[in-house]
Design a protein around this ligand. Structure first.
Ligand SMILES: NC(=O)c1ccc[n+]([C@@H]2O[C@H](COP(=O)([O-])OP(=O)(O)OC[C@H]3O[C@@H](n4cnc5c(N)ncnc54)[C@H](OP(=O)(O)O)[C@@H]3O)[C@@H](O)[C@H]2O)c1
Length: 244
């Protein structure tokens, strides 16, 4: 019998590529997003892709969508996310809320709705970001949302272990998608969605707790994150050309 994977944020970028790649490997894919036209176009790529449109921020819609699944997916990739930057350190609570609603509560809504059907075969994968490794200028909202997600993934990995549930955290560097096409700054070591999907699938296959790529970039940021905070801030200012 075909294995089932549920992927949120499948209507574009990384999630779309993952949907295509899992379907081509014989998996049945529940491809979730909000934009039904784009999801239906994705459904045309393979008969193994089932589009599922709902807003991850709406718990009622999420619960109804999850209840409609004919098969409980053994692999759940919670990838839907959004990014906005703040300007000149000016805190904009509405912006923070928009980011946290999708990146944190959207993920938690999906977990809560699916958790009663988890089994010892369940592999839960959360898509964080390498932005959470270091304090990056203008990323107060996005970076903190992904830092929270990393904490949630790592604590769930401990707490769900006794039930046989595997939890993985994915921390990509820059990937060329509609999300990063909006960026107005240089993105070092930008990789393609195809490369991202390959790295994520390989890590999931190996049941890695943490999947990060491209390695040169992520290991560099990880190393910087070991420095005292003063040195981290100086390094980030230098790298981003942010001088006070
Ligand atoms: N691209 C990068 O460099 C990069 C780096 C690190 C981490 N990430 C993370 O990777 C994930 C995918 O990003 P991407 O670059 O592939 O971005 P993307 O192309 O903009 O895709 C984002 C996806 O999330 C979905 N989504 C957003 N809000 C939603 C909502 N309220 N309800 C349901 N679905 C929603 C979108 O669906 P609709 O368009 O249909 O609403 C879309 O399918 C995100 O979590 C992002 O933070 C990306």
């Amino acid at each position: 019998m075909a294995k089932h994977v549920l992927i949120t944020g499948a209507s574009s970028g990384i999630g779309k590529q993952l949907s295509i790649d899992y379907a081509s490997q014989g998996w049945h894919v529940y491809a979730c997003g909000q934009n039904l036209d784009r999801l239906e176009a994705l459904g045309m790529v393979s008969e193994r892709i089932t589009p599922l449109a709902f807003d991850v921020c709406n718990l009622e819609s999420v619960t109804a969508a999850m209840a409609s699944l004919t098969e409980m997916p053994e692999l759940i990739i919670l990838n839907a996310g959004t990014c906005e930057y703040i300007e000149h350190g000016k805190v904009d609570v509405a912006l923070f809320r928009r980011i946290y609603e999708v990146n944190i509560f959207g993920v938690l809504n999906c977990i809560e709705a699916l958790q009663p059907r988890f089994s010892d075969k369940t592999h839960l994968v959360l898509i964080g970001s390498s932005a959470s490794y270091l304090p990056l200028p203008r990323a107060e909202a996005y970076g903190s949302s992904k830092a929270a997600l990393a904490y949630i993934a790592n604590t769930l990995a401990i707490d769900l272990e006794r039930d046989g549930v595997t939890v993985s955290l994915v921390s990509p560097g820059f990937v060329k998608t509609p999300l990063t096409d909006k960026n107005d700054f240089a993105m070092p070591m930008l990789v393609s969605p195809e490369f991202a999907s390959e790295q994520i699938m390989q890590g999931i296959n190996e049941k890695k707790k943490e999947i990060h790529f491209p390695k040169k970039f992520s290991l560099f940021l990880k190393t910087l994150s070991l420095l005292p905070i003063g040195l981290q801030l100086a390094a980030v200012k230098r790298m981003t050309g942010k001088t006070s």
